[in-house]
Design a protein around this ligand. Sequence first.
Ligand code: NAD
Length: 416
Amino acid sequence: MDMEVNVGRKPVSIVAIGAGNRTNKYLEYVKRNPDKVKLVGVVELNDIRRRSIATRFGLSDEQCFTDYHAFFQHPALADAVMICTPENMHFEPAMLAIEAGYHILLEKPIAQTLEECVAIGEAAKKKGVLVAVCHVLRHHPYFMKIKELVDSRVLGDIISINHRSAVGVDRSTHGFVRGMWRKEAKTNPMLISKCCHDIDFLLWLTKTRCRKLTSFGSLRWFKRSNAPEGSAERCVDCKIEPRCPFSAIDLYRVRRDWIANFDVPEGKTIDDVIEEQLHQGMYGRCVYCCDNDVVDHQIVSMEMESEVTINFSMDVFTLKDNRETHICLTEGEIDGDETTLRVKRFRGAVEEVYDFTDIAGTPFHAGADLNLIADFVDALLEGRGGLATSIERSVESHRICYEAERSRREGQTVLF
Ligand SMILES: NC(=O)c1ccc[n+]([C@@H]2O[C@H](COP(=O)([O-])OP(=O)(O)OC[C@H]3O[C@@H](n4cnc5c(N)ncnc54)[C@H](O)[C@@H]3O)[C@@H](O)[C@H]2O)c1
């Protein structure tokens, strides 16, 4: 890609579209690196979030927008935009941004259909703008170590991989049953919303295209027909709440987990907000009585052009919230769970252990969020097109996810 924009002109100017959880992660990098990147605008529907960012970054009223249509009607305000809206709000702002000549840091999933993903990739190529898709695993020290070990070929060639994404009961009931990612039409099927990272990681490791795949899965448990006797529409009214493993009271009021993204309006406390959620909000609903339709378990099996076989499974019914990977190579195996990475050679049964305990579960995906935006900003400053998470690569992993969904729905093996 030929990129003239911003070479040698520091800092890169950027506008945030959507100012929730993800934007705030990337803005930490902006805050820490004022010589490299400057926030010059925010577009956000939610007043509390928009004002909070305007105050932190000293933005004037002219730099704040509630509506991205209004923002894109302005002459270009910046070199780049970060699009961190929910995924049903990616396609339109991404296409408008490309048309206006902005480079884009685009949260995953790219969009809501394969056609939209491809269209964004093609439009960006035609316009000559850079689009980085936020696949954080490619910038995560633990996953980068796996990639380095595989690429070094110290253990020979990959023969097969077993990879598991343990989404876990708390993250799942919060996000995929009660919360934002519960309905396919509003966001995406769960394999795309949550596991496009995993599929992207597997393609990154194997460096070959998939030639055959099949997938199974369903919404097996979190539906009205499984509501236990005595349960109610809300946990606060439920007789069996004290023994329910999915209680919202236990998750939010008692354990105070998954509350970081609850907005606290002026004059209220986080406890007020938790109580409002439990009594009236979407997060107080019984897990059996929500309007969710995304799967709660799914597997995908793939055969790659290199003959490598891959088994992937997404599990909700576990206390774990991590990724586990077992790679079988011709001269050894790699086995990891994000905390420990074991590298075993067949000859001599020699084992090397890499310990990631000190970074596992640390903020910003163990620094990966900051590394990712750093790669994007540096690419703009240096005028290079090469990104660890380019849209071209990402479209390919999204293609696999959408095809796996087709396989699951139609009960067929997909041949490429
Ligand atoms: N890369 C990762 O590891 C990772 C992790 C979590 C989420 N995500 C993705 O990031 C995206 C955002 O997720 P999030 O957790 O930050 O969500 P969020 O709800 O915290 O933030 C989204 C923000 O967008 C705002 N918004 C919605 N529609 C808008 C519009 N039309 N104009 C302006 N603002 C609008 C919302 O008010 C909200 O503040 C999603 O696509 C999600 O799948 C990526």
